[in-house]
Design a protein around this ligand. Structure first.
Ligand SMILES: Cc1cc2nc3c(=O)[nH]c(=O)nc-3n(C[C@H](O)[C@H](O)[C@H](O)COP(=O)(O)OP(=O)(O)OC[C@H]3O[C@@H](n4cnc5c(N)ncnc54)[C@H](O)[C@@H]3O)c2cc1C
Length: 365
């Protein structure tokens, strides 16, 4: 493969793919790098209906019309009161959304990159990025093999870590310390594929049954609320006991907690989503609280607008990155308003550390 491009994209998730599709439409020579040799299962599978116009614009709506992904009609939730509520999207403008088979979706994205014959460095990890004034140099590594690539611009699509931006000295701010504890649970028979959300005193639960007998369970709380690792099973069992609905789907005494994962899931953003020769898209630029179900749609949207911004910059349109920043910040403002509304609806535990913090975060709007 060549080692000089107009643009290097680091990260082959939804944001990287949308950037690549946009650059391909402009016939701009570019490559994509991803640390994983094959697709990996990422968490989160709810794609709301308002993603449809964007999916169509990107020419990938057809990927979702596949038996692995099923219609998503809305969540069942216990939030703000003891009652079960059901919000139906179907009454809205775009009908239903999609409940993704996330691994299949990531595979579909990779296949599209290959089909477009975009140079794809799979299994290569970005090690260093150097700003060489007129161009950027990226050092990537697969096993013991190191390769140097250079380009006029580099797109950071590395997700929450924002690796490219950080290498180039950018600062990412965390608006809070929300973490997710995620684990899988086997049920004796299939559970209907319906997302359940339930607020409890120390956070909230998200339950997503899969096509198999597996259910993905996530508990969202704050770093300061989580116990030490050896107390985690007891903590989660207790938290599950406090639910009204979730515990009727997965029995607290049956959960197997030897294999849970903890990851960041709060709101975070780069101080500025671009620099002289780089631009951040997706979670790298702005990471959303999963309660919003904004992550994938927003990653695709910022990848799309980011691709246009790079194309404009290559045509010497000096304001292109400023316009991109405006788009990102506008989207973030509208998200923070909706986030405030969502967390404000839950007022049952005014003295809980978790809920006090959510309201404080919401008041930043
Ligand atoms: C617990 C949880 C639940 C969620 N639920 C939902 C949901 O229901 N709906 C929704 O829309 N969103 C949800 N999200 C958010 C959603 O998953 C993300 O917003 C989305 O994946 C962001 O896409 P991205 O392309 O920006 O980053 P990612 O999908 O994270 O892709 C980044 C890519 O960059 C690669 N990479 C990273 N570092 C390097 C490196 N140094 N070198 C090379 N490659 C690198 C990675 O391998 C990866 O493939 C959830 C997130 C979490 C944490």
């Amino acid at each position: 493969m060549q080692n000089s491009y107009q643009v290097i994209i680091v990260g082959a998730g939804p944001a990287g793919l949308a950037s690549s599709l946009t650059l391909s439409a402009y016939k701009i020579p570019h490559c994509i790098i991803d640390a994983n040799t094959t697709s990996v299962l990422k968490l989160g599978d709810a794609l709301p209906p308002n993603s449809k116009p964007l999916l169509k614009q990107l020419g990938i709506l057809h990927l979702l019309i596949s038996p692995e992904h099923i219609p998503y009609y809305g969540n069942k939730s216990v939030w703000g009161s003891e009652d079960v509520q059901e919000k139906e999207f179907i009454e809205g403008l775009h009908g239903s959304g999609f409940l993704l088979d996330r691994l299949h979706f990531e595979n579909q994205l990779r296949n599209l990159i290959k089909k477009n014959k975009t140079n794809f460095y799979q299994g290569y990890q970005l090690k260093k990025v150097y700003d060489r004034e007129d161009f950027v140099e990226a050092l990537i590594q697969k096993d013991t093999k190191t390769t140097t690539l250079n380009s006029k611009y580099i797109i950071d699509a590395t997700g929450r870590k924002a690796s490219v931006a950080r290498h180039l000295g950018a600062i990412k701010h965390d608006l809070d310390t929300q973490l997710t504890v995620s684990f899988w649970h086997q049920t004796p028979k299939k559970t209907p594929r319906q997302i359940w959300i339930e607020a409890t005193e120390n956070g909230w639960w998200y339950l997503s049954p899969k096509a198999t007998n597996e259910v993905n369970c996530m508990f969202f709380t704050l770093r300061e609320v989580l116990p030490a690792r050896n107390n985690m099973p007891m903590f989660l069992t207790k938290e599950l006991q406090k639910t009204r609905q979730i515990k009727t789907i997965i029995k607290p005494t049956d959960i197997e907690l030897s294999n849970y994962k903890i990851m960041a899931s709060g709101t975070s953003c780069l101080e500025k989503p671009y620099g002289k020769n780089w631009l951040a898209v997706g979670d790298a630029a702005f990471s959303y609280d999963p309660i919003s179900s904004y992550g994938i749609t927003s990653a695709l949207a910022s990848g799309f607008y980011g691709g246009h911004a790079i194309a404009a910059k290559l045509k010497k349109e000096e304001d292109a990155f400023i316009t991109y920043r405006y788009i990102i910040e506008n989207g973030a403002k509208s998200y923070l308003k909706k986030l405030m509304h969502q967390y404000n609806m839950e007022q049952r535990w005014p003295n809980s550390t978790y809920w006090k913090n959510r309201l404080k975060q919401a008041s930043l709007v």
